[in-house]
Write a protein that binds this ligand. Structure first.
Ligand SMILES: Cc1cc2nc3c(=O)[nH]c(=O)nc-3n(C[C@H](O)[C@H](O)[C@H](O)COP(=O)(O)OP(=O)(O)OC[C@H]3O[C@@H](n4cnc5c(N)ncnc54)[C@H](O)[C@@H]3O)c2cc1C
Length: 336
């Protein structure tokens, strides 16, 4: 999608990547359509840069995820649950989303969740942009004065001026290595895993509130899906997150074994066996950042190759959002 230009230079305090007369706008490939990729994409698009996003998932959002089954009506946010703003950019963004009804208060004072599910904020940022899902980028090549991408699924023959990687650090590292490239600093980002259980029951379980955070044991938190704003209250659905330590110990176990172990842990918690209508375990190998890269983003101006994500700033949605903006700023300055 090409942006039309109504005035040269800066617009509304924002730097604009102005194309030379007759030339095409600068074009950036963004690998990853989670919060970091989406915030970078929206800022680049607003500055007149043409963006194309590629994500290997079935839908945008990344770890802001939702699994919905139209037949049963079940809906699980099996990744991130809540958002909170510490800085001005994300605070302003959350305020906008509160007005448009895409977020609503949830869990604790100052916290919000997304409506109708956790993918909504990323979908909003990406509205109208070129987003390709189910597309795994397997290599990047510097060629013909730009970048070309190799995808696992099918050809992508556009030439890009710059590439933004917005994946968990270890995945970015693997993609860089497969391409014979390096971006120093990416290797510093480390993550704890999280096993997540999507659980449907015939009846409500005796949670003391809508969220249960046991003091010890394998379960870190349990969320009553129907208590979140805008969700169906039936069938009765819960998302359960295991603790980072438990998830590390059981990282390579089969989902069926993890499912059984977490159901047993819930039985211990409630003092009665939990009989599920349906229970599915999902492994997040890279869930919560433990060590960051130590910079808002990483950027190699010589090659026009950058990295953004929560791996830069910390284990929060806001960190991914801010990091995406930081990388967009670097790209806009460089491409202008
Ligand atoms: C279980 C869990 C609970 C959490 N709870 C919270 C919470 O309550 N509050 C909070 O603030 N944060 C929470 N987080 C953290 C939060 O989800 C992340 O910090 C944030 O969503 C990271 O966004 P991102 O854009 O950096 O990365 P991601 O969301 O991981 O996006 C990266 C994207 O890259 C794609 N990708 C990877 N490799 C490739 C490839 N080769 N080609 C194409 N695409 C690729 C992936 O499919 C993914 O969509 C939680 C995370 C998890 C897993």
């Amino acid at each position: 999608m090409l942006q039309s230009y109504d005035s040269p230079g800066s617009r509304g305090g924002m730097r604009v990547a102005e194309p030379v007369q007759g030339a095409r706008p600068a074009r950036v490939a963004i690998v990853g359509a989670g919060m970091a990729g989406a915030s970078a994409a929206r800022a680049l698009h607003a500055a007149g840069v043409s963006v194309a996003l590629f994500d290997k998932g079935r839908q945008p959002g990344g770890r802001m995820a939702n699994r919905r089954d139209d037949e049963t009506g079940l809906s699980f946010d099996h990744g991130a649950q809540v958002m909170r703003a510490h800085g001005p950019a994300f605070r302003a963004r959350l305020a906008d989303w509160a007005v448009s009804g895409r977020v609503a208060p949830y869990d604790a004072p100052g916290s919000v969740t997304a409506v109708p599910d956790m993918t909504a904020p990323v979908r909003d940022l990406l509205a109208g942009l070129d987003v390709q899902v189910g597309r795994t980028v397997t290599a990047l090549a510097r060629t013909d004065g730009g970048w070309r991408l190799t995808l696992a699924e099918a050809g992508e023959d556009r030439l890009f001026d710059a590439v933004a990687l917005t994946l968990p650090g270890p995945q970015a590292l693997r993609l860089l290595a497969a391409s014979g490239l390096a971006l120093p600093g990416v290797e510093r980002a480390t993550y704890a895993p999280c096993w997540s259980l999507m659980l449907a029951c015939a009846q409500d379980l005796p949670l003391p509130g809508d969220v249960l955070r046991p003091a010890d044991g394998p379960v870190a938190a349990m969320f009553r899906e129907g208590a979140k704003p805008g969700r169906p209250t039936a069938p009765v659905a819960y998302t359960v997150h295991a603790t980072p330590d438990w998830s590390k110990t059981h990282l390579e176990e089969a989902p069926e074994a993890v499912r059984a172990a977490l159901l047993a842990a819930l039985g211990d918690l409630f003092g009665d066996p939990v009989i599920p209508l349906q229970a599915r375990a999902h492994r997040w190998r890279y869930a919560l950042v433990e060590e960051t890269c130590g910079a808002p983003c990483l950027y190699d101006p010589g090659r026009r190759l950058g990295y953004a994500g929560d791996g830069c700033l910390g284990p929060r949605i806001e960190a991914a959002f801010d990091s995406g903006l930081a990388l967009a700023d670097r790209l806009i300055a460089d491409l202008a």
